[in-house]
Write a protein that binds this ligand. Structure first.
Ligand SMILES: [Zn+2]
Length: 69
């Protein structure tokens, strides 16, 4: 797997996080369990690797609505 080590925003050091990732779509909360992503130690910017984005897509109601019928 492709490892991210540097923040794309400020080139600071990022650290890997694994946690239940909570977000909101149209006022409704949803959780992506055990999501692995990175947070920049310098600017706090979250960095989502491809795998994380795929996982968010799988759980997000926004993407489910966007699916073709
Ligand atoms: Zn940064």
């Amino acid at each position: 797997m492709f490892e991210i080590t540097v923040c794309p925003v400020c080139a600071g050091k990022v650290r890997k996080i694994k946690e239940d990732w909570v977000s909101e779509f149209k006022g409704e909360k949803y959780v992506v369990p055990d999501l692995e992503y990175y947070i920049c130690d310098e600017c706090g910017e979250p960095v989502y690797p491809h795998e994380a984005l795929k996982k968010i897509e799988a759980f997000s109601p926004a993407y489910q609505l966007a699916e073709p019928v």
